[in-house]
Every structure is written in structure tokens, then in C-alpha cells.
Design a protein around this ligand. Structure first.
Ligand code: PMV
Length: 334
């Protein structure tokens, strides 16, 4: 039997970093997906073949005793599969099931670029493992296991990316001391956006740690920036619902400035942000953890011009549909 599961990438509209400290955030699924194919193995081993992840064509076998056997000789292999490994471990524990599986992972989006691929791989692995072993999981359970996976691997992670990878759509997410608030945001008007990305030089984990250290040194100051981001997210939600795109754009610009103040932007991201604005975007901000990675521009009637401007600023533009379906089974073969 073979199961193919897919989960979408995620773009952050508002509130990244601050969401780690409990404010709201708004993020959307994108029309690029990551695919996990699962087959059962009889010997209790977990074999993972990862293509298009941060290294190409990595094959890893996890022995039932937890030992890792690397089938191909690539240095970056262990970080690349950390999420897959943890997702399986947590799902096995949760289901009380220790079947051996063979997993193949493919992505049609760049990995580690800030498009939420770690969330997509975590969520898709949880769902694929549960499905191949004959268990039905509710979305709530998939999102929770996916979030626990990111949390364990990264040390800190909000439930934002894993919620969007699971449910899809445009979502408002706010962590609470119990379950996070996850609510769909109804758009009053279309949000025509262009994503731009450059290679990332720091990981999400490092950037989250950077903000934490800055907050340790300038607690009151950084808390006020976090508060301001939380405030603009609430306003952005209302503006999106009312279809007030000018306000949405302005709030994106303010959000970018505040992320810059937290020290997570860089010249390459700023170049793309300014190029997009000059080409007619009504708002542009970095999107995700920063340190390179992604930016997002709101550009009604200017998608092509903004995409070109991003390319000229040395970024790779992606024009994509937002709010697509979350994690789903693509195929089951008996
Ligand atoms: O690195 P990305 O694009 O998945 O974005 C991380 C977003 C943060 O708010 C910085 C961290 C988090 O867990 O929400």
C-alpha cells in the first residue's frame, strides 16, 4: 500500500516574531506544495528519501533502536530530516503504533527560504504516517502534532505555520496558554500578492533566538515593538475583512519597519521591499523569520511590474494563489 499526502507552503502577512510572544498573526497558504509518499516496511525501520530539500537525493534509514544509517554521503543530511524524524516519533507515540515506514519527500517550493516548508513537512509526515498505519486523525490533532514537531526541533515555534499548513486558507492565529485561537479571515477584496525570495543565511531558530537576546537586553523597548506589531495585526485583520487594501498595504510597511527594528531584515530583503514599492506595490514587507528568505508585496494591477522589480533586485519572484487547501491525501494505492 502507498499513500501520498501533500501540505502547502505558508506566507506570513502580519505578526511574525511577535507571535512567538503571544500576539496575533495573519498568514496564508500558497499554491506550492510539499509531498510525502509513505509505504509500510515490515522490519520496523524508518527509511527516508528526501529530494529537493536542503540537500539533493538524501536517503536515510532509522533503525528501530533509533540508530541512523545514511545511505548517501551528504553533510547536511541530519538537519534536513530532523523534522521528519521528530514527526514520526511523536505520531508513533501519540498513536501507540511503531510500524516501519518508507517515506519519500518532494517539494515544489524552495526549502528553507521562509515558505514554511518545515511546517509542511512536519504536518504532511504526521498525516502520512497516520494514514498508512490505518489511523484517522482530525485536523486539530495533525496541527497539534505538527506544532509539537517544530517546537521540539527548533526550541521555539508559534503554531502559525503548522496551523496554515494543516487547515489552509487565510488565517488569524493567536497562541494562548491552552489551544491557540485559529480563525479564518474573510477577505473583503482579493489580495494580489507577489512573493520574492533570496537565499537564507540564518535559520528560523537562530533568528528567534536573536530576537530573544535583544529582548533580554532591551526588554521594555522590544516589548513595545512586539506590542505595536500585535496592535497592527488586529487593525490589519479588520482592513482585510473590509477590503481596505490601502490600509492593508500601509500596515505591511509599518510591520516591515518594526521587523527591521528587531534586526531580522537584511539588505537583500530591503532591496526587494523597496524595489517592489517603487514598482507600484501598495505595501511590502519581509515575510517569515528574515535573515534573507522571503518578502511579500501587495500589488493590485501591478503583479508583473513588481515581479520584474524583485528579479532586478536579485530576488526570485513567485506569483501564487493564496488561501489554497491545507494538508490532504493526494493518492492511496492498495
Ligand atoms: O521561518 P519562517 O518563515 O517559517 O517564519 C518563522 C516565523 C516566526 O514568527 C519568526 C517564528 C514562529 O514560529 O512563528
Amino acid at each position: 500500500m502507498k499513500v501520498v499526502v501533500s501540505a502547502p507552503g505558508v506566507v506570513k502577512f502580519f505578526g511574525e516574531h511577535a507571535v512567538v510572544y503571544g500576539t496575533g498573526a495573519i498568514a496564508a497558504s500558497i499554491d506550492k506544495r510539499l509531498y510525502v509518499t509513505a509505504k509500510l516496511r515490515t522490519n520496523g525501520e524508518v527509511k527516508i528519501a528526501a529530494y529537493d530539500l536542503s540537500t539533493h537525493g538524501v536517503i536515510v534509514t532509522l533503525k528501530p533502536n533509533g540508530e541512523i544509517v545514511v545511505g548517501t554521503d551528504y553533510g547536511k543530511v541530519i538537519p534536513a530530516i530532523a523534522y521528519v524524524r521528530k514527526a514520526i516519533e511523536l505520531t508513533r507515540e501519540y498513536l501507540g503504533e511503531r510500524a516501519g515506514v518508507e517515506l519519500e519527500i518532494k517539494s515544489d517550493m524552495p526549502v528553507g527560504a521562509g515558505l514554511g516548508t518545515s511546517a509542511a513537512v512536519s504536518v504532511a509526515t504526521v498525516f502520512a504516517y497516520a494514514t498508512i498505519t490505518g489511523h484517522e486523525l482530525e485536523k486539530r490533532e495533525i496541527a497539534k502534532l505538527g506544532h509539537r514537531t517544530e517546537l521540539t526541533v527548533q526550541g521555539a515555534a508559534s503554531p502559525m505555520d503548522t496551523a496554515v499548513a494543516t487547515y489552509g486558507g487565510l488565517l488569524y492565529i493567536k497562541p494562548t496558554s491552552s489551544s491557540p485561537i485559529i480563525e479564518p479571515v474573510k477577505k473583503g477584496a482579493e489580495l494580489p500578492t507577489v512573493i520574492g525570495y533570496v537565499k537564507r543565511v540564518a535559520t528560523t531558530k537562530e533568528l528567534v533566538a536573536w530576537v530573544r537576546k535583544l529582548r533580554d537586553r532591551y526588554t521594555k523597548l522590544v516589548d513595545q515593538i512586539i506590542w505595536a506589531i500585535g496592535e497592527l495585526v488586529e487593525r490589519a485583520r479588520v482592513a482585510i475583512e473590509k477590503g481596505e487594501l490601502r490600509t492593508v498595504g500601509e500596515l505591511m510597511n509599518i510591520n516591515h519597519g518594526l521587523l527591521e527594528a528587531l534586526g531580522v531584515s537584511d539588505k537583500r530583503l530591503n532591496d526587494m521591499v523597496y524595489a517592489a514599492r517603487m514598482a507600484g506595490a501598495i505595501g511590502a514587507k519581509l515575510s517569515g523569520a528574515g535573515g534573507g528568505g522571503c518578502m511579500l508585496a501587495l500589488a493590485p494591477n501591478r503583479l508583473k511590474e513588481v515581479a520584474t522589480a524583485i528579479a532586478i533586485a536579485n530576488g526570485t519572484p513567485i506569483i501564487t494563489e493564496l488561501g489554497v487547501e491545507g494538508v490532504r491525501v493526494e493518492k492511496v494505492e492498495k
